[in-house]
Design a protein around this ligand. Sequence first.
Ligand SMILES: [Zn+2]
Length: 157
Amino acid sequence: MTETNHKDHWAASFDKLDKTDLELIEAAVNILKANFHPIKHQIGCALRTESGKIYTSVNIKSSGYGPCAEAVAIGSAISNGDKNIISIVAVKKIDEDYPVLSPCGNCRQLIIDYAHNANVILNFEGQSLKTKASQLLPGPYENSLTSLARSSRLSSG
Ligand SMILES: [Zn+2]
């Protein structure tokens, strides 16, 4: 009988944040500060595209499905024809602090589908770090959209 090596744990790699990452976090904090509402808008997001432009958003909670801030920001960038997303971050408000928030499961799939080559700034074990979008989900779902995302040109970011 042949032994097969199975990974016991999902092993993503993380990098420390740099100045541009901190600027992106600041943009997410600023949009949330400007639009915070305790029920409607509790999350801020900022993403940077290859053009250098930053798109910001807040989540828009509704009594039905209210999109996460990441979905609103990605939609905004795409709607402006600025599709090559190189980094993305979300923050929440806790008292007077605005810590980095890891993307939810839905947003991880969304980021893989629309920002496949991006750096994702997230909270890992209490630390703000970044990883590649492609590492957000182990054994990712495969369909025509995900293969389209993988085949899109590599960003310079
Ligand atoms: Zn989400």
